[in-house]
Design a protein around this ligand. Structure first.
Ligand SMILES: NC(=O)c1ccc[n+]([C@@H]2O[C@H](COP(=O)([O-])OP(=O)(O)OC[C@H]3O[C@@H](n4cnc5c(N)ncnc54)[C@H](O)[C@@H]3O)[C@@H](O)[C@H]2O)c1
Length: 259
C-alpha cells in the first residue's frame, strides 16, 4: 500500500529537478498527479512516464489567470484536489546595487507571488474535504545567502506565508508546510545564466558559494522527493506550520576547520 494511495496531487515546477522527482515519487506512492510547469514539453514527458494517472498542464505560476486555470483543469480532470505542492522557482545570482527592478520583480513574482496564487486558488478546493499544502522554500528562507538577495527575500516570504496559512486553515483540516532544501543537483540557475554574457555570468557566480555542510555533497532530487512524500502523507498528520530542512546539515551550524 502506498503512502498517498488515492490522493490527487498537483505539483508546480514538475518538469524538472525536485518537482519532477516528487511527481514520480508521489505517483509511485499511489497518487494521481497533475504535472504543471511552464515547460510544457517537459511536463508532458514526466506525465507520460507516470502514465494514465497523470495530467500535464502548462502554467506560468506568476500569472493569476494561468494559476486559476491550472487548478480548475486539475479539479475538472481528477474531480478534486488533496495535495498542492507549490514548487516552481527560479534562482539568479546577483547583488542589490547591480540588480535591476525587473530582476527583483521577476524573482518575487515567480517564487513568492506564485506560491500565493497557488494557495489562493487551491485553498477553496482543499477546504472542501481537508488537504495538504507543501511549498518549496529553501535554507535561503531561514538565513541570508551571499549573492542571492532577491531569492532569500522570496524564500523568507514563502515561509512566513506558509506559517500564516497553517494557522488560518487548520480549522478546515488543511495542513501547510515548507520544504527547505539545501544544495540539490538540479539545473535551477542554468536557463537564466545561459542568457548572460560570459563575464556577467562569471561575476554573478563569484557572488555565490554554498558553505561546507556536514554531508559534503549536493543532494539528488530524489532526496527531496522522499521528505515531500512524508510531509504530504498522513504520516505527517500532526505536522503543520513547519519549515522542514533537507539540507545535509546546513542549518545545524557552521563547520570550522580547526580540529
Ligand atoms: N536546487 C537547489 O539547490 C535548491 C535549493 C533550495 C531550494 N530550491 C527550490 O526548489 C524548487 C525547485 O527547483 P529545482 O532546483 O528543482 O530547479 P529546476 O530548475 O530543476 O526546476 C524548477 C522548475 O520550475 C519551473 N518554473 C520556473 N519558473 C516557472 C514559472 N513561472 N511557472 C511555471 N514553472 C516554472 C521550471 O521550468 C522548472 O521545471 C525551487 O523553488 C527552488 O527555489 C532548490
Amino acid at each position: 500500500m502506498g503512502k498517498l494511495d488515492g490522493k490527487i496531487a498537483l505539483i508546480t515546477g514538475s518538469a524538472s529537478g525536485i518537482g519532477r522527482a516528487s511527481a514520480l515519487a508521489f505517483a509511485q506512492e499511489g497518487a494521481s498527479v497533475a504535472v504543471a510547469d511552464w515547460d510544457e514539453a517537459g511536463a508532458r514527458q514526466v506525465a507520460q512516464q507516470i502514465g494514465a494517472r497523470a495530467l500535464a498542464l502548462k502554467v506560468d505560476v506568476s500569472r493569476a489567470a494561468d494559476v486559476e486555470r491550472m487548478i480548475a483543469a486539475a479539479v475538472g480532470h481528477f474531480g478534486r484536489l488533496d495535495i498542492l505542492f507549490n514548487n516552481a522557482g527560479v534562482c539568479v545570482p546577483n547583488l542589490v546595487h547591480s540588480m535591476s527592478e525587473e530582476d527583483w520583480d521577476r524573482t518575487i513574482a515567480i517564487n513568492l507571488k506564485g506560491v500565493f496564487l497557488g494557495c489562493k486558488y487551491g485553498l477553496p478546493e482543499l477546504m472542501k474535504k481537508g488537504g495538504v499544502i507543501l511549498n518549496t522554500a529553501s535554507v535561503a528562507g531561514l538565513e541570508g545567502h551571499c549573492g542571492l538577495p532577491d531569492y532569500c527575500a522570496s524564500k523568507h516570504g514563502v515561509i512566513g506565508l506558509t506559517k500564516s496559512i497553517a494557522l488560518d486553515y487548520a480549522k478546515y483540516n488543511v495542513r501547510a508546510n515548507c520544504l527547505c532544501p539545501g544544495t540539490v543537483a538540479t539545473n535551477i540557475m542554468a536557463p537564466t545564466l545561459a542568457r548572460l554574457p560570459p563575464e556577467e555570468r562569471e561575476r554573478r557566480m563569484a557572488a555565490v558559494s554554498p558553505p561546507a555542510t556536514p554531508i559534503p555533497r549536493a543532494a539528488d532530487p530524489s532526496e527531496m522527493a522522499r521528505p515531500a512524500v512524508f510531509l504530504c502523507s498522513d504520516d505527517a498528520s500532526f505536522v503543520t506550520g513547519h519549515a522542514f530542512c533537507a539540507d545535509g546539515g546546513w542549518m545545524g551550524g557552521h563547520i570550522y576547520k580547526v580540529m
